[in-house]
Unconditional design. Structure first.
Length: 404
Protein backbone atom coordinates (compact mmCIF):
# COMPACT_ATOMS: atom_id res chain seq x y z
CA UNK A 1 0.00 0.00 0.00
CA UNK A 2 1.27 3.48 -0.84
CA UNK A 3 2.29 5.59 2.12
CA UNK A 4 -0.08 8.49 2.80
CA UNK A 5 1.46 11.95 3.03
CA UNK A 6 -0.31 15.03 4.38
CA UNK A 7 1.15 18.38 3.30
CA UNK A 8 -0.24 21.33 5.22
CA UNK A 9 0.11 24.56 3.26
CA UNK A 10 -0.34 25.16 -0.47
CA UNK A 11 2.49 27.61 -1.08
CA UNK A 12 5.62 26.98 -3.19
CA UNK A 13 7.36 24.78 -0.58
CA UNK A 14 4.31 22.58 -0.10
CA UNK A 15 3.53 22.34 -3.80
CA UNK A 16 7.11 21.37 -4.67
CA UNK A 17 7.20 18.77 -1.91
CA UNK A 18 3.93 17.36 -3.25
CA UNK A 19 5.39 17.14 -6.75
CA UNK A 20 8.53 15.40 -5.48
CA UNK A 21 6.62 12.86 -3.39
CA UNK A 22 3.82 12.12 -5.85
CA UNK A 23 6.39 11.55 -8.61
CA UNK A 24 7.84 8.79 -6.39
CA UNK A 25 4.45 7.11 -6.06
CA UNK A 26 3.32 8.38 -2.66
CA UNK A 27 -0.33 9.12 -1.90
CA UNK A 28 -0.23 12.90 -1.36
CA UNK A 29 -2.89 15.31 -0.11
CA UNK A 30 -2.38 19.07 0.24
CA UNK A 31 -4.44 20.74 2.96
CA UNK A 32 -4.92 24.48 2.41
CA UNK A 33 -6.94 26.85 4.61
CA UNK A 34 -7.84 29.15 1.72
CA UNK A 35 -10.15 28.35 -1.23
CA UNK A 36 -7.15 28.09 -3.58
CA UNK A 37 -3.40 27.40 -3.39
CA UNK A 38 -0.44 29.61 -4.27
CA UNK A 39 -1.99 32.94 -3.28
CA UNK A 40 1.24 34.57 -2.11
CA UNK A 41 2.98 33.10 -5.15
CA UNK A 42 0.48 34.92 -7.33
CA UNK A 43 0.97 38.13 -5.37
CA UNK A 44 4.73 37.88 -5.93
CA UNK A 45 4.06 37.68 -9.65
CA UNK A 46 2.17 40.95 -9.85
CA UNK A 47 5.36 42.89 -10.44
CA UNK A 48 6.96 40.15 -12.52
CA UNK A 49 7.69 36.79 -10.91
CA UNK A 50 11.32 36.83 -9.73
CA UNK A 51 12.06 33.09 -9.60
CA UNK A 52 15.73 33.05 -8.64
CA UNK A 53 19.05 34.78 -9.39
CA UNK A 54 21.80 34.00 -11.88
CA UNK A 55 24.86 34.90 -9.80
CA UNK A 56 27.55 32.32 -8.96
CA UNK A 57 26.67 29.84 -6.24
CA UNK A 58 29.08 31.19 -3.62
CA UNK A 59 27.67 34.69 -3.98
CA UNK A 60 24.15 33.32 -4.05
CA UNK A 61 24.46 31.33 -0.84
CA UNK A 62 26.05 34.23 1.04
CA UNK A 63 22.72 36.06 0.77
CA UNK A 64 21.42 33.74 3.50
CA UNK A 65 23.93 35.20 5.97
CA UNK A 66 24.02 33.22 9.25
CA UNK A 67 21.99 30.37 7.71
CA UNK A 68 24.16 30.05 4.59
CA UNK A 69 25.97 26.93 5.82
CA UNK A 70 22.70 25.18 6.69
CA UNK A 71 20.95 26.12 3.45
CA UNK A 72 23.91 25.37 1.17
CA UNK A 73 23.15 21.62 0.81
CA UNK A 74 19.44 22.43 0.50
CA UNK A 75 19.98 24.71 -2.49
CA UNK A 76 22.66 22.47 -3.98
CA UNK A 77 19.97 19.80 -4.02
CA UNK A 78 17.75 22.03 -6.15
CA UNK A 79 19.85 24.74 -7.72
CA UNK A 80 18.83 27.96 -9.46
CA UNK A 81 19.44 26.21 -12.78
CA UNK A 82 17.27 23.28 -11.66
CA UNK A 83 14.51 25.77 -10.85
CA UNK A 84 14.82 27.31 -14.32
CA UNK A 85 14.72 23.87 -15.94
CA UNK A 86 11.66 22.94 -13.88
CA UNK A 87 9.93 26.16 -14.94
CA UNK A 88 10.67 25.51 -18.60
CA UNK A 89 9.39 21.95 -18.16
CA UNK A 90 6.04 23.49 -17.28
CA UNK A 91 6.08 25.45 -20.54
CA UNK A 92 7.39 28.74 -19.13
CA UNK A 93 10.76 29.73 -20.56
CA UNK A 94 12.93 31.97 -18.41
CA UNK A 95 15.29 34.88 -18.99
CA UNK A 96 17.92 36.76 -17.01
CA UNK A 97 17.22 40.44 -16.45
CA UNK A 98 19.81 43.19 -16.43
CA UNK A 99 20.20 42.88 -12.64
CA UNK A 100 20.86 39.14 -12.85
CA UNK A 101 17.39 38.25 -11.62
CA UNK A 102 15.58 35.38 -13.36
CA UNK A 103 11.97 35.69 -14.57
CA UNK A 104 9.55 33.64 -16.67
CA UNK A 105 9.22 35.14 -20.15
CA UNK A 106 5.52 35.77 -19.52
CA UNK A 107 6.57 37.81 -16.49
CA UNK A 108 3.54 36.33 -14.70
CA UNK A 109 2.91 33.75 -12.00
CA UNK A 110 -0.58 32.64 -13.04
CA UNK A 111 0.36 30.58 -16.17
CA UNK A 112 3.08 28.81 -14.21
CA UNK A 113 0.78 28.05 -11.27
CA UNK A 114 -1.96 26.70 -13.57
CA UNK A 115 0.51 24.37 -15.28
CA UNK A 116 1.92 23.33 -11.91
CA UNK A 117 -1.49 22.43 -10.48
CA UNK A 118 -2.33 20.49 -13.64
CA UNK A 119 0.87 18.47 -13.28
CA UNK A 120 0.16 17.75 -9.62
CA UNK A 121 -3.37 16.61 -10.42
CA UNK A 122 -2.03 14.33 -13.15
CA UNK A 123 0.27 12.77 -10.53
CA UNK A 124 -2.69 12.07 -8.26
CA UNK A 125 -2.23 14.86 -5.73
CA UNK A 126 -5.48 15.75 -3.94
CA UNK A 127 -6.23 19.36 -2.97
CA UNK A 128 -8.18 19.63 0.28
CA UNK A 129 -9.14 23.32 0.23
CA UNK A 130 -10.77 25.33 3.01
CA UNK A 131 -9.11 23.07 5.59
CA UNK A 132 -7.71 25.08 8.49
CA UNK A 133 -5.16 23.12 10.52
CA UNK A 134 -5.86 23.11 14.28
CA UNK A 135 -3.15 20.72 15.48
CA UNK A 136 -3.26 17.11 16.60
CA UNK A 137 -5.69 14.86 18.41
CA UNK A 138 -3.51 11.99 19.54
CA UNK A 139 -2.21 10.52 16.25
CA UNK A 140 -4.58 12.40 13.96
CA UNK A 141 -4.28 15.78 12.33
CA UNK A 142 -7.28 18.00 13.01
CA UNK A 143 -8.70 20.47 10.48
CA UNK A 144 -11.59 22.87 10.64
CA UNK A 145 -13.57 22.53 7.42
CA UNK A 146 -16.67 24.74 7.41
CA UNK A 147 -18.54 23.73 10.59
CA UNK A 148 -16.90 20.32 10.84
CA UNK A 149 -13.75 19.07 12.51
CA UNK A 150 -11.96 16.66 10.18
CA UNK A 151 -9.50 14.09 11.55
CA UNK A 152 -6.81 12.80 9.20
CA UNK A 153 -4.25 10.06 9.71
CA UNK A 154 -1.12 9.85 7.58
CA UNK A 155 2.22 8.11 7.55
CA UNK A 156 4.12 11.40 7.45
CA UNK A 157 3.35 15.11 7.54
CA UNK A 158 4.99 18.14 5.99
CA UNK A 159 4.30 21.53 7.54
CA UNK A 160 4.69 24.33 4.99
CA UNK A 161 2.43 27.07 6.33
CA UNK A 162 4.64 30.07 5.60
CA UNK A 163 5.55 32.92 7.91
CA UNK A 164 3.24 35.73 9.01
CA UNK A 165 3.52 38.36 6.28
CA UNK A 166 0.49 39.08 4.08
CA UNK A 167 -1.82 37.13 6.43
CA UNK A 168 -4.89 37.69 4.25
CA UNK A 169 -3.24 35.37 1.70
CA UNK A 170 -3.10 32.54 4.24
CA UNK A 171 0.27 32.78 6.00
CA UNK A 172 -0.83 34.19 9.33
CA UNK A 173 1.52 32.44 11.77
CA UNK A 174 -1.28 30.70 13.69
CA UNK A 175 0.83 27.55 13.67
CA UNK A 176 3.16 29.20 16.18
CA UNK A 177 1.01 28.37 19.21
CA UNK A 178 0.34 24.84 17.97
CA UNK A 179 4.04 24.01 17.72
CA UNK A 180 4.96 25.84 20.92
CA UNK A 181 2.43 23.67 22.77
CA UNK A 182 4.27 20.66 21.32
CA UNK A 183 7.56 21.96 22.80
CA UNK A 184 8.98 22.79 19.38
CA UNK A 185 11.56 25.57 19.57
CA UNK A 186 10.42 28.57 17.52
CA UNK A 187 12.33 31.84 17.16
CA UNK A 188 10.01 34.88 17.36
CA UNK A 189 8.59 35.95 14.00
CA UNK A 190 9.80 39.39 12.87
CA UNK A 191 9.31 41.48 9.72
CA UNK A 192 11.89 40.96 6.97
CA UNK A 193 12.26 42.81 3.67
CA UNK A 194 10.24 45.54 5.27
CA UNK A 195 9.92 49.30 5.38
CA UNK A 196 10.65 51.60 8.31
CA UNK A 197 8.93 54.45 10.09
CA UNK A 198 10.42 57.94 9.73
CA UNK A 199 9.08 61.04 11.46
CA UNK A 200 8.28 63.17 8.42
CA UNK A 201 6.90 66.68 8.56
CA UNK A 202 3.32 66.96 7.35
CA UNK A 203 4.55 69.03 4.38
CA UNK A 204 6.98 66.32 3.25
CA UNK A 205 4.51 63.50 3.82
CA UNK A 206 1.72 65.16 1.86
CA UNK A 207 3.95 66.14 -1.05
CA UNK A 208 6.21 63.11 -1.50
CA UNK A 209 4.31 60.03 -0.23
CA UNK A 210 4.24 57.53 -3.09
CA UNK A 211 7.27 59.02 -4.86
CA UNK A 212 10.58 57.21 -5.34
CA UNK A 213 14.09 58.36 -4.61
CA UNK A 214 16.11 56.89 -7.46
CA UNK A 215 19.79 56.29 -8.15
CA UNK A 216 20.95 56.69 -4.55
CA UNK A 217 23.37 54.78 -2.35
CA UNK A 218 22.30 53.55 1.08
CA UNK A 219 24.85 52.71 3.77
CA UNK A 220 24.49 51.06 7.13
CA UNK A 221 27.34 49.62 9.16
CA UNK A 222 29.64 48.02 6.56
CA UNK A 223 26.96 47.45 3.90
CA UNK A 224 26.29 49.66 0.89
CA UNK A 225 23.45 49.28 -1.59
CA UNK A 226 22.69 51.24 -4.76
CA UNK A 227 19.14 51.43 -5.93
CA UNK A 228 15.90 53.20 -5.21
CA UNK A 229 13.18 53.27 -2.59
CA UNK A 230 9.82 54.87 -2.02
CA UNK A 231 8.55 57.46 0.40
CA UNK A 232 5.36 56.61 2.25
CA UNK A 233 3.26 58.83 4.45
CA UNK A 234 4.89 57.24 7.50
CA UNK A 235 8.37 56.27 6.32
CA UNK A 236 10.29 54.44 3.59
CA UNK A 237 10.10 51.10 1.80
CA UNK A 238 11.37 49.45 -1.38
CA UNK A 239 14.08 47.23 -2.77
CA UNK A 240 17.16 49.11 -1.59
CA UNK A 241 15.73 49.40 1.92
CA UNK A 242 14.73 45.72 1.98
CA UNK A 243 18.33 44.73 1.23
CA UNK A 244 19.42 46.32 4.51
CA UNK A 245 16.29 45.59 6.52
CA UNK A 246 17.70 42.72 8.59
CA UNK A 247 20.62 44.84 9.81
CA UNK A 248 18.40 47.86 10.41
CA UNK A 249 15.80 45.79 12.29
CA UNK A 250 18.40 44.27 14.59
CA UNK A 251 19.98 47.65 15.27
CA UNK A 252 16.61 49.13 16.21
CA UNK A 253 15.88 46.16 18.44
CA UNK A 254 19.23 46.53 20.21
CA UNK A 255 19.59 50.31 20.28
CA UNK A 256 16.08 51.66 19.87
CA UNK A 257 16.81 53.41 16.56
CA UNK A 258 19.00 53.20 13.46
CA UNK A 259 20.55 55.87 11.26
CA UNK A 260 20.60 55.13 7.55
CA UNK A 261 23.14 57.13 5.55
CA UNK A 262 22.23 58.22 2.03
CA UNK A 263 24.44 59.45 -0.78
CA UNK A 264 21.87 61.47 -2.68
CA UNK A 265 24.12 61.77 -5.74
CA UNK A 266 26.44 58.74 -5.84
CA UNK A 267 27.36 59.14 -9.51
CA UNK A 268 28.90 62.53 -8.78
CA UNK A 269 32.18 62.51 -6.86
CA UNK A 270 32.59 64.68 -3.79
CA UNK A 271 35.25 66.70 -5.66
CA UNK A 272 32.97 67.41 -8.62
CA UNK A 273 30.08 68.24 -6.33
CA UNK A 274 32.23 70.61 -4.29
CA UNK A 275 33.32 72.38 -7.48
CA UNK A 276 29.74 72.74 -8.74
CA UNK A 277 28.55 74.10 -5.41
CA UNK A 278 31.07 76.91 -5.56
CA UNK A 279 29.14 78.48 -8.42
CA UNK A 280 27.25 81.63 -7.37
CA UNK A 281 23.52 81.26 -6.70
CA UNK A 282 22.62 84.44 -8.62
CA UNK A 283 19.36 84.97 -6.78
CA UNK A 284 18.10 81.40 -7.12
CA UNK A 285 16.25 79.83 -4.21
CA UNK A 286 18.18 77.07 -2.48
CA UNK A 287 15.92 74.43 -4.02
CA UNK A 288 16.35 75.76 -7.55
CA UNK A 289 20.08 76.20 -7.05
CA UNK A 290 20.52 72.54 -6.01
CA UNK A 291 18.30 71.43 -8.85
CA UNK A 292 20.31 73.40 -11.42
CA UNK A 293 23.81 72.83 -10.04
CA UNK A 294 23.49 69.11 -9.19
CA UNK A 295 20.34 67.97 -11.00
CA UNK A 296 18.99 66.80 -7.64
CA UNK A 297 15.47 65.37 -7.76
CA UNK A 298 12.58 67.05 -6.00
CA UNK A 299 12.46 64.18 -3.49
CA UNK A 300 16.15 64.55 -2.65
CA UNK A 301 15.72 68.30 -2.21
CA UNK A 302 12.66 67.61 -0.07
CA UNK A 303 14.79 65.43 2.19
CA UNK A 304 17.32 68.23 2.58
CA UNK A 305 14.49 70.53 3.58
CA UNK A 306 13.54 68.06 6.30
CA UNK A 307 16.76 68.83 8.16
CA UNK A 308 16.43 70.94 11.32
CA UNK A 309 19.04 73.35 9.87
CA UNK A 310 17.19 73.82 6.56
CA UNK A 311 17.03 77.59 7.10
CA UNK A 312 20.83 77.71 7.24
CA UNK A 313 21.55 75.62 4.12
CA UNK A 314 21.89 78.71 1.96
CA UNK A 315 24.68 80.02 4.18
CA UNK A 316 26.72 76.83 4.22
CA UNK A 317 29.99 76.61 2.31
CA UNK A 318 30.34 74.20 -0.60
CA UNK A 319 32.32 71.71 1.48
CA UNK A 320 29.62 71.50 4.15
CA UNK A 321 26.81 71.14 1.61
CA UNK A 322 28.75 68.42 -0.15
CA UNK A 323 29.14 66.53 3.11
CA UNK A 324 25.41 66.77 3.85
CA UNK A 325 24.35 65.60 0.38
CA UNK A 326 26.89 62.78 0.18
CA UNK A 327 26.18 61.58 3.75
CA UNK A 328 22.56 62.41 4.46
CA UNK A 329 21.51 60.90 7.80
CA UNK A 330 18.00 59.47 7.98
CA UNK A 331 16.75 58.38 11.40
CA UNK A 332 14.60 55.24 11.37
CA UNK A 333 12.30 54.62 14.30
CA UNK A 334 10.89 51.09 13.85
CA UNK A 335 10.16 48.53 11.14
CA UNK A 336 6.72 48.42 9.58
CA UNK A 337 4.40 45.74 10.93
CA UNK A 338 4.98 42.11 10.04
CA UNK A 339 1.67 42.02 8.15
CA UNK A 340 3.07 44.58 5.71
CA UNK A 341 6.47 42.92 5.24
CA UNK A 342 7.47 40.98 2.14
CA UNK A 343 8.62 38.05 4.30
CA UNK A 344 9.42 37.11 7.88
CA UNK A 345 12.45 36.19 9.91
CA UNK A 346 12.27 33.67 12.74
CA UNK A 347 10.34 30.42 12.80
CA UNK A 348 11.09 26.79 13.58
CA UNK A 349 14.75 26.65 14.60
CA UNK A 350 17.12 24.31 12.82
CA UNK A 351 18.20 23.00 16.23
CA UNK A 352 14.72 21.49 16.62
CA UNK A 353 15.14 19.53 13.34
CA UNK A 354 17.22 16.55 12.34
CA UNK A 355 19.30 16.42 9.16
CA UNK A 356 16.17 15.62 7.11
CA UNK A 357 14.20 18.67 8.42
CA UNK A 358 12.10 16.38 10.63
CA UNK A 359 11.08 17.66 14.07
CA UNK A 360 13.21 15.89 16.64
CA UNK A 361 10.36 15.57 19.14
CA UNK A 362 7.64 14.86 16.53
CA UNK A 363 8.82 11.89 14.44
CA UNK A 364 7.28 11.84 10.99
CA UNK A 365 6.60 15.61 10.98
CA UNK A 366 8.78 17.61 8.59
CA UNK A 367 9.04 21.37 8.04
CA UNK A 368 9.84 23.43 4.92
CA UNK A 369 9.64 26.93 3.51
CA UNK A 370 9.27 30.21 5.32
CA UNK A 371 8.21 28.46 8.54
CA UNK A 372 11.90 27.78 9.08
CA UNK A 373 14.18 30.26 10.83
CA UNK A 374 15.97 31.90 7.90
CA UNK A 375 15.65 35.08 5.88
CA UNK A 376 17.04 36.46 2.65
CA UNK A 377 16.75 39.61 0.56
CA UNK A 378 14.42 39.91 -2.39
CA UNK A 379 15.90 39.11 -5.78
CA UNK A 380 14.90 35.47 -6.16
CA UNK A 381 16.54 34.21 -2.98
CA UNK A 382 13.28 33.85 -1.05
CA UNK A 383 11.47 31.73 -3.64
CA UNK A 384 14.57 29.66 -4.43
CA UNK A 385 15.11 28.63 -0.81
CA UNK A 386 11.41 27.97 -0.21
CA UNK A 387 11.09 25.68 -3.21
CA UNK A 388 14.45 23.97 -2.59
CA UNK A 389 13.51 23.31 1.05
CA UNK A 390 10.32 21.63 -0.16
CA UNK A 391 12.38 19.26 -2.28
CA UNK A 392 14.86 18.69 0.55
CA UNK A 393 12.21 17.92 3.18
CA UNK A 394 10.36 15.63 0.74
CA UNK A 395 13.51 13.64 0.07
CA UNK A 396 14.17 13.51 3.80
CA UNK A 397 10.68 12.12 4.27
CA UNK A 398 11.36 9.42 1.68
CA UNK A 399 14.53 8.42 3.53
CA UNK A 400 12.72 8.28 6.85
CA UNK A 401 9.80 6.26 5.48
CA UNK A 402 12.09 3.80 3.72
CA UNK A 403 13.81 3.05 7.03
CA UNK A 404 10.62 2.24 8.91
Amino acid sequence: MNKKIAIIGGGPAGLMAAETLSAKGFDVSIFEKKPSVGRKFLMAGRGGLNLTHSEDFDGFIRKYNSKAEILSPVIRGFTPQALRDWCEGLGEKTFVGSSGRVFPESFKASPLLRAWIKRLESQGVRFMLNHDWRGWDKESLVFQAADTLVHVKSDAVLLALGGASWPRLGSDGTWLDILTDQDVEVAPLRPSNCGFFVEWSSVFSERFAGQSLKAVELSFQDKKIRGEFMMTDKGIEGGAVYALSALLREAIQNDGAAQLVLDLKPDLSAEDMHQRLQRPRRGLSMSNYLRKALNLSDVAIGLLMERPDRQKLGAYKAAQLTQIIKSYALDLQAPFSIERAISTAGGVTFESLDENFMLVNKPGVFVAGEMLDWEAPTGGYLLQASIASGVYAANGMVSWLSGR
